[in-house]
Design a protein around this ligand. Structure first.
Ligand code: ADP
Length: 484
């Protein structure tokens, strides 16, 4: 059904200590294609015992892996990266079948995901400590960078490949070993990556993938003292629970949580560029990314012109099964996601917003939803206060730069923000004033493996990718040598 060139990439077993294995009790969980509802396959329904075994395997593998030459670790990561690109088409098909995004976006995610492996292969060889000028005549002061140990990674369904390589690539480059739990909706992308890691020569136990219900596996990953770091991407609600659960064993936590991204269009913006950016930022992955524009703030003088241009562009988006070429928007992940989008639109309309495009479930049924544009939106509406995670662009009107900044920052979240302007002084001022971890200026899609990704406030802790990405997985040890 998947029509893969290499059927061996589609694995329906978990991966622990280099073995493809079933759940202890034999239980299985079905995975469904969000576009058709058809079953894609099944994975083991594992729990605490299997998670514990995976942690033990990662612990056993750590001693050898941390002592490998950085160059050796880099070579494995680089081969893994090359295998991902060699199998890009199969990986994209597996991704679309379980996640729903258009095939073109899935190909893009595979390239982006592979990019992290390449980046961290390079970074592995640039981990350096320091020799610090000593305050004592007979002593020398220096630091070593060492891997933190066994790391747990809990990844979401919206970028099932890239979120795994962004964490595991960094950890493995640093010399750590990993136990990953993919989202129940999208385990096959993670299992495929384990298959390719094995082919690339990654030793057993360095990467383990445990599939099954989140709470049982999560409980072990957060409570087990062997796990020294938990990296999580997902909702703020679950992130807070995991952070609290990690307190008992004082783990390092890296959290990439929800966002409520403002997308500001100033009077001096290039409107066509802004429309192009809004389209990509808002409707990519059907609006299901944590950096998607959630609120479009448009200055009074260009509000109507921007709304008209954006409506025309939104009208050209093609909704359908992501496997069909030319489709620009696939289905939402499940019924709960559709219901949330519907509720946000209903709340906005009840409080005075108007629907300029879309506004309802798509005629295709299931998880398909019409790309939607709302005007006359106000900040108190749910669509502005909460992360919609769907294809709905709410347009708010503002008058001054100060008002735009105040509106943009009036949220508990602080992940990504975007704005369009041409005045150089304004670009500096607004970039500095936005309380967000990432800012796109005249750019609606800014993620790349070379830059630090992460948020402030309730959007999380730490940075992934960039120079900071590998540092999360390293401890700095101070060594003082006396008697010299
Ligand atoms: P989303 O709303 O994107 O599904 P979640 O935060 O619910 O976000 O899920 C992100 C990841 O966290 C998934 O892998 C999910 O299985 C996992 N998860 C959800 N609840 C828990 C939990 N209680 N413990 C551990 N992991 C969890």
């Amino acid at each position: 059904m998947l029509n893969l060139n290499d059927a061996g990439l589609f694995r329906q077993a978990a991966y622990i200590d280099g073995q493809w294995c079933a759940a202890d009790g034999g239980g299985r969980l079905a995975v469904h294609n969000p576009a058709s509802g058809a079953q894609v396959g099944e994975v083991p329904a594992m729990g605490q015992a299997e998670a514990r075994r995976a942690i033990a395997a990662a612990e056993a593998a750590f001693g050898d892996w941390r002592r490998r030459l950085a160059k050796e670790r880099a070579q494995v990561l680089r081969r893994w990266h090359e295998l991902m690109l060699a199998h890009q088409e199969d990986l994209a098909r597996i991704l679309t079948s379980e996640q729903g995004k258009p095939l073109a976006e899935a190909r893009g995610e595979i390239a982006y995901a592979a990019g992290f492996l390449e980046w961290f292969a390079e970074e592995a060889r640039r981990v350096t400590g320091a020799v610090i000028p000593s305050p004592w005549a007979g002593r020398r002061v220096m630091t070593l960078k060492q891997p933190v140990g066994v790391c747990a990674a809990i990844t979401p369904w919206n970028f099932p490949s890239a979120m795994l390589t962004r964490k595991a690539g960094a950890a493995i480059a640093a010399g750590c070993t990993v136990v990953a739990k993919p989202a129940a909706q999208t385990p096959f992308s993670a299992l495929t990556l384990a298959e390719l890691a094995e082919r690339a020569g990654l030793p057993r136990g360095v990467l383990n993938i445990v599939t099954g219900p989140a709470d049982a596996i999560g409980a072990e990953l957060t409570a087990n003292p062997t796990v020294r770091l938990l990296s999580f991407t997902g909702s703020t609600e679950v992130g807070k629970l995991l952070m609290a659960a990690c307190a008992g064993t004082v783990k390092k936590v890296a959290l990439e949580l929800g966002g409520n991204a403002p997308f500001i269009v100033f009077d001096d913006a290039d409107l066509d560029l802004a429309v192009e950016g809004a389209l990509a930022s808002k409707y990519r992955n059907a609006g299901q990314t944590c950096v998607c524009a959630n609120r479009l703030l448009v200055q009074d003088g260009v509000y109507d012109a921007f709304a008209d241009k954006l409506a025309a562009a939104v009208g050209r988006l093609k909704v359908g099964d992501g496997m069909s070429e030319g489709v620009s928007q696939g289905p939402l992940i499940n019924e709960a996601a559709v219901a949330k989008v519907e509720a946000h639109i209903a709340d906005a309309v009840a409080h005075g917003a108007r629907v300029l495009c879309g506004g309802k479930r798509h005629a295709l049924g299931g998880g398909f939803f019409e790309p939607t544009l709302l005007v006359d939106v106000t900040p108190a509406m749910r669509v502005c206060r909460e992360e919609t995670f769907g294809p709905v662009a709410p347009l708010l009107r503002f008058h001054t730069e100060a008002e735009a900044i105040q509106l943009a920052n009036a949220t508990e979240y602080g992940l990504a923000a975007y704005f369009y302007a041409r005045d150089a002084a304004r670009i500096w001022r607004v970039s500095e004033a936005l309380e967000f971890g990432m800012v796109g200026v005249n750019a609606g899609v800014i993620s790349t493996e070379v830059a630090p990704f992460g948020g402030v406030k309730s959007s999380g802790l730490g940075r992934e990718g960039g120079r900071a990405g590998i540092e999360e997985y390293l401890e700095e040890k101070y060594v003082c040598i006396g008697g010299i």
